[in-house]
Structures are given as C-alpha cells and as structure tokens.
Design a protein around this ligand. Sequence first.
Ligand code: URP
Ligand code: ZN
Length: 459
Amino acid sequence: MQYDLVIKGGQVVSAAGTRNADVGIQGEKIVEVADGLSGAEELDARGKLVLPGVLDVHTHFQLPFCGTVSADDFTSGSRAAALGGVTTFIDFAIQSKPASVMETIAARRGEADPKVCVDYGLHAGITDWNDERVKEIPAIIEAGLPTFKMFMIYKSQGWQSNDGDLYAALRETAKYGGMVGVHAENNDLIELLQGEADRDGLKGCYTHAITRPEITETEAIARAIKLNEAAGGTLYIFHMSTGAASDILRDARAAGIRVHAETGPHYLLLDDELFKREDGHHFATCPPIRKPADQQRLWERLADGTLEVLATDTCTFTSGQKAMWNGDYKAIPFGMPGIEALLPLTYTHGVGAGRFSVNQMVAMLSENPARIMGLEGRKGKVAAGHDADVVLFDPDLEVTMRAETHASKCDYDPFEGTRCTGWPVTTLLRGKTIVCDRKFVGQAGDGTFLERKPPAAIR
Ligand code: URP
Ligand code: ZN
C-alpha cells in the first residue's frame, strides 16, 4: 500500500525500546510502523529520532492572574509548543465564580478553540465545592474533562479549597472515574511566615523563598495523599518541587495509593539563589524553585519512575508585567514561560547527561501523560492507530536558548544562554506538518479540543 506520507529511516522511540523503522501515515493516523514503506510523500528522517508528540499537561495561556493576564495567548503559546515538539497541551478552565464550572468551560473553549495551533484539553478548576458542583461532575466528565484541579492555596484569588472540600471532591469524582489534581501548598503556614517577614521588614525577592520553605509544600502534599487514601480517589500532584515530597510520593505509590505527580524543568535546573539577582522576580513561581539538593532528588525520582510526568506550568509574564512587583515579593505575577524548551531541556539534561534513557524520556513526556490524562490509544505513541503527532528530533543539533529567538511573547528567557544538544526540527500534528526545519508553518485553528476519557490509569 502507498501511504499519504511515510517518515523514512529514523529511529522510532517508545518507552519500550528504539527501532529503525518507517512510519506510514494515512490522513490523520499512523497506520503502520515497519521497514520498506512507501508513500506519496516521504520525509527523510535518517540521523533523527522519531518521537511521539510531547504532551504538556500543565499550561496557563491567557490566564487572568495576579492582577494581569498571562502574556502568551492560545496562539502564541501553542505556536511555541509546536516549535518545541509539543502537540498536545492541557490548560485549565478555572471556575470564575459565580459561574458554574460548565459555564466556565464553555467560555474557555470560546477563547481557545479558534486560536490553538496544536491539540488541547482542559482540566476543570473548582473554586467553590458545594451541591451544585456535585451535580455538575458527571456532565463535566462527559464533556471530556475527567481531570479536576483544586487549589490548597490562593485564598486571595478566591480559588482556595479547604480539606473537607478536597476530600469530598476526591470521593465524588472517583464514582465516575475522575481524578483531582492539586496545587499543594499550606496557605496558613505561608501567611504566618509572610506576617513574620512583614514584621522584619523583608520585601525583596528572596523573601518568596523564605516564606515558602519546602515544608509548606511537602506538608500539603502529604495531607492531600492522606485525604485521597481515605476518600478512595485518584490524586494528581501538579508541579512537585521538593525532594522530601518526592520520597513521600514514592512510599505512597509503593503502598498502592492511587497518586500520580509531575515536576518541571525549572525545578530540576534552576535554584533559589536566582532570587538574589536583580531580575530574580522573573523566576518567581509557586511553588518556588528550590535548592540543589531538591533538584538532585527530583532527578532520581524521575529516573526511578516515581515521578511519572514532566510538565512546564507555563504561565508567561513579560518583564513589564513582572515589574508590577515594584520591590514587593507578594505582588509578583507568579509564573514563567517554558513550553518550547520542555523537550530539548529534558533531552539535554536527562538523556544527554546520562540520568535516564531516551525511552524513559518518551515515557515522561508522552506515554505517561497520555495514559494518566485519558488520552491513551490516541496520543503519546508512534504506533498504529494513534494520531500522527510525530516529532523529528535531531540529537546533535546545538541550540543556545535566547529570548530573541524563542517563540514565546516573553522578552526574557529563564534559561537564557543554556546550551542544548538536541532539538526538535519537524513537528507533525495529525499528519499535517506544522513545523518544518524549525520554522512554524501551521496556523491558528490547526489544533482541536480533545474530549478525554476517564484515564486508563484509574479505570
Ligand atoms: O506560579 C504559578 N505556578 N503560576 C501559575 C498558576 C499555578 O499555580 O499553577
Ligand atoms: Zn499551580
């Protein structure tokens, strides 16, 4: 058979192994991975790794937050995604009270659907747990959002849930195969430490680290895991940053508790000494970047499979927006760009540095997020029957990261000057070339909303 498109002669990588093979694509789907395929069009992949498109399951494009709106919208953010080999992202519809979650989802889809350059899904953010939410859960899952987010923090944004709400949501969503993800930080403890910092006259950027020490996150993660165990639910920990929490996660998973977690490149590669720089506020995110010892343990927990997912928490603020802090750490718009660099940083510092194999990398960036987030069978693998979301990755291409050349609207790059060895050069989204030789050739509207199923990891 002659396929519409064949990717020829590359090294096809999966979590299970690497093989030299061609990839036959018909329309939007991969039909066959085998030797000697022929196609009406052929892409030469010799010398390249053929990777499944990356899933970044934690982004915040055009998010109203901290008195401003994150600068990368659904088009600039998803264009940066495509250039970085990310073909699926999952953003959030964070309930904007008094709207219901379903109303918020409709509004968010109205913003995103016409603008996305790659495929996307939404997590349903719940900010007021009550009987109305209980009634909405089945409809939300039916609408393709089987994953929820609750905040153990951000009281001032009106987003915080208490422990009873979290327990009830874990118990309720479990009835329908749903999963609750948490932003885990201890708000009371942070407020106490912020009050003490106020009394001591501390305002500078390093106070962000002082008032959010690792215990403020580790305790909240331990508590969420306990609540989940009692509720019989499935828990996902967003943006885990502490080594101690990763040990708790390892023990919980070994005990059979249904809990999954992600960390991100910023927690693995940046540390809190950066807050002492003049531009330290550019690096402020929640939870904060931490210590080299935390980085070390997070790398180990990725390598041993405890941490199953790498995601970026992309939430871009320009230097102009960040300047709103005006010398007060509490007023910093929290977040950083990152989606474009997820794959090359992971390859360079994970695979290239010998911390884990390229197959493990594909598990963390593609196969595990697809399985955990309800996209198994459709996304995350270069295999027959899957969407033809494929990345040709040049393992020898050297690229120095620069704000001048990245696609994000951000005018700085948290990894400025970092040299990567290995970079994605071509990206296919459902069989369509949207990045060719590192040039974006797609358009807004190429992406589609993904109705996800209750995750196979849970069913
Ligand atoms: O500081 C952060 N991470 N901003 C984005 C919102 C969130 O907490 O995930
Ligand atoms: Zn968060």
